[in-house]
Design a binder for this molecule. Sequence first.
Ligand SMILES: *Cc1c(COP(=O)(O)O)cnc(C)c1O
Length: 460
Amino acid sequence: MSHDSWAEPWKIKMVEPLRMTTREEREAAIRDAGYNSFLLRSDDVYIDLLTDSGTSAMSDYQWAGIMLGDEAYAGSRSFYHLVDAVHEVYGYEEVVPTHQGRGAEHILSQILIEPGDAVPGNMYFTTTRFHQEHAGGHFYDVIIDEAHEPDSLHPFKGNIDLAKLAAVVEEYGVERIPYVSFETNVNMAGGQPASMANLREVYEYCSANGILVMLDATRALENAYFIQQREHGYADTPIHDILREICSYSDGATVSSKKDNLVNIGGLLLLRDPELARKARSLLVAFEGLHTYGGMSGRDMEALARGIEEMAASDTHVRSRVGQVEYLGDGLIKHGIPIVRPVGGHAVFLDARAILDHLPQEHFPAAALTAALYLDAGVRGMERGIVSAGRDKETGENHHPKLELTRLAIPRRVYTQSHMDVTIESIARVHENREDVRGLQFTYEPEELRFFQARFEPVG
Ligand SMILES: *Cc1c(COP(=O)(O)O)cnc(C)c1O
């Protein structure tokens, strides 16, 4: 079947009721939450765009798999189904299951990184960088400059800058660089893809120098979609084949299955070298579980195997997924609301600095906008600005990130087009009355990862 719409390739069989709240109830809820969206109860939220992690809706085929999961401690049938699905869709030979993405990052960092090593990567992801540094590595950001510009329309803002990479190799020497950490559809840059040409070029450069390339393939499916849409020569290539080609330019990958893979929990460490896989499995049994379950139950693995098959079975799934994100972004652009462009694969980012230009960054515009949005119609986003950036460890001063954003991440297969319309209307209303939004100040500031548990009150 061929049509131009991103319309969903599924219909709804089971529904989950949502609680509608009044303005008064939301005022009480956000006050009780210290104006921090992380501290709201989900029962007080109407449309929950806090994260797309572990919030996907599973299909009837996956739910049927939950009943069929084999809970054998060793050699579970569901594990072998998972291995087959990975071979078919990603193409890596060695499959090491973990409880979620950070479990895979932990094992990979421990088997490859020695204290004092350098690990170049494109921007960073919080848990990925934590595990690299925890193993004694130094992280170096080698993403292209455009990734840090909210207004740059570069189609592949996730690309690695080869000159920056070569400079790290020059400084450290190849023997101190265990691998290049290459994230697909870079989360912290707004869900921005890398091009196939860049993936190929980085792999060729690294292979020639004896350096491994490890993908963070958590969002490789969404990256494959953007390659199909934007890169010369791929318009007629099926997503399945593009995804396989992306993975072919690497020696392994970590995957958080809570994103592309359409399940609520799970992760994967995928490798080609059997010797490396042997090392990984010997740590796995200490930190995660036996090598045929690694922290997942049999039914989790069965649902995951089916989710992996389903996401790549045809192009319609990812087209509809990214199509819905673009629908939300385009609707906001039509209302003249400043957002990060191009719209990414998993989320729309509101430019809070531009929207609330009467607030200094010290009054936390993105946190204030996130709270104002919740108050208006019960839509929950997440602050990604000065609060998330934290303080400088040495000087104690706030970091002042260029990007001061409210993130609206879209769960997969969960909300409808009318939910997106409500979200657009609500943001347009907040935007119209933006002069009324007051800044916030801390009443409680945690020392580590302060954005999760900080509490605020309106300024003045
Ligand atoms: C979510 C995520 C992770 C971490 O995975 P968890 O399953 O949450 O542990 C790593 N990398 C990227 C790009 C992610 O989006």
